[in-house]
Each structure stands twice: as structure tokens, then as C-alpha cells.
Design a protein around this ligand. Sequence first.
Ligand code: IPM
Ligand code: MG
Length: 322
Amino acid sequence: MVKVAVVEGDGIGHEVVPVARDILAAVRPDFEFFDVEVGYGLWERTGFACGEETMAELRSADAILFGAITTPPDPDYRSVLLKIRHDLDLYANVRPIQGGDVDIVIVRENTEGLYSGIEWREPDRACTVRVVTRRGSERVARYACTLAKSRRHLTVGNKANVLKSDCLFVEVCMAEAARANVPCTARYIDALCLDVLMHPDRYDVIVTTNIFGDILSDAAAYLVGGLGMLPSANIGERHALFEPVHGSAPDIAGQNIANPIAAIRSAAMLLRHVGDPASAAAVEGAVRRVVDVGVRTPDLGGTAGTREFGAAVLREVGRGKA
Ligand code: IPM
Ligand code: MG
């Protein structure tokens, strides 16, 4: 029995996650779903965005389907998503950029780097410590190499010409690639951002540190129709969380116009993670066919609502099974 924790979160999370969950439930009626409330909405009501009890619920799941959480610029509010990634030790953030001829997978280190949480403010100075460890780099490099092994090659996005912390990251990644016998090149992240957009065919698996991966993945979304398209997996040794790359988008929340494809594809990644690649492919194929016949949300130039798009994918998945 696969137990899936469902976190809608905030904003459009309340719209796209139910769509993804219904599709999961349709392909896997044996899954057990349970809702977990986390986020800014909860914090406003109770003063807690995600306490230890909530963490225990998340830990009890085989996989977490996650929407998006609003991170307000409030000094008393620590990003819940970062807390969850950190506490569940979800060290590899896997972000496929796929569509048309583009097939790239960004593997972002997810627990350290500039997101180490070691930071402080003084009256006239503020510091954030960028921590890169051998262990943190090794495990994400190993994950990326395993992936690249069944694909083509690996690129290490870095700024080792300036940052000592990235010298260690590159060293470790190159060594892991050599051990795994994966062809590997190091590229400076600024040049890499441009080159990925101009020549996506040159890239396959890209491994990089936390914030570079954050920025690169949003930029690369340009290649495949925008942020509404990008799914992601946050992978640890014992836990895994699947979420769209986009945020809670409060500006369009509640209007039934958000594109649920990123959330649906995240559900497909969840299926693959629990060992059901056939259902994952069925869901991804259904999304593709629905888009191809012109059912699209406004961000893709269509007029379909979030729910209508979801219903069309559900019908298509059902047809595939018949
Ligand atoms: C992402 C987001 C998060 C990040 C924020 C919301 C904390 O931008 O998942 O890409 O920076 O990792
Ligand atoms: Mg981001």
C-alpha cells in the first residue's frame, strides 16, 4: 500500500494539486491519500506554518504530493518548503526540462549552498554563509551520475573561477563522474544559462549547487512553455516530495486559470519513484495528447480552465486504460 501525503499549500496549490491527485487516484485506485495542512494560510490563523506533528505526518508517507507555499518577506517566517527539504534531507532536487526537442534534467543540490540557513544581520551588514560539503556534493553528484549513466552526459554548473566553495563542488562532481564513467564537463553558470537557452541540444543532465539550480531551472522553463510546465522531485534516502517548480502565484489564484501540467507531471514523477513507470508514462502521454488537440490553459494560449484541463486529462487516461 502506497501512502501519499497531499499538501495543497497556498494560492494556486489549492487548484492544481486536486487535479493531480484525482489523476493519481484514477491510475492507482489502491493508493491511500491523506491531506496535510501546511503553509502561510495556516500560519496566519495559528502562528504555526509547519510544526513537529506535521513533520511526523509527512515522514509517515511513502511520497508527498506538494503544491506551493507562499513565502512572505516577514523576518519571523522561515520558508516552510526549505524546512521540509532540510528536515527530510531531500538532497537532490530533480527538475526535468522536457518538451519538443528539449530533454534536459537539472539536478540541484537541495540542502546546503547559499540555503545553508547560516545567516545573520548586523545594522549595516548582512551575511549569508555558502556552505558546500564533500558529503553534500558527493551524494548529489552520485545521483546525477546514475541518471546520466542511462542518458548521455553530465555538465557541472559552477562559479569556481570566483567561489572557493564551488572549487570543491566541481572537484567532487568530476571525480564521481570519472568513477561512474560518465562524460562530464564543467561550465560557468552565467555562460551556461545563456548556452542552455541558445543550444539546449548540447545539454543532458546538469548538476549544480542550490541557488544556481533554482535560477537555471526558471530560466530554462522558457524553452518548454514556461513555469506552468515544469515538474520536480525532491529526493532523499528515506523520503521524497513531488512539486511543481512554480510558486503559489497569488496574483492568479482562485481564478481557475492556473496550468496544472507541472503538478500533473510531478504526480507522474511520483509514480515512477514508487516503481510504476507504466502509469507515469500513461499520465505523461495523456497530458501530451490533450495539449496536442488544443486543450490549453491561458498561459499556453488556450481558453481551458484548470479544472477543465484536468478533466480532459482524466478522460484521456481513462481511454488509455480501456
Ligand atoms: C523553488 C522556489 C524555492 C527555492 C523558494 C520558494 C524557497 O523558488 O522551489 O524553486 O528557492 O528553492
Ligand atoms: Mg525557484
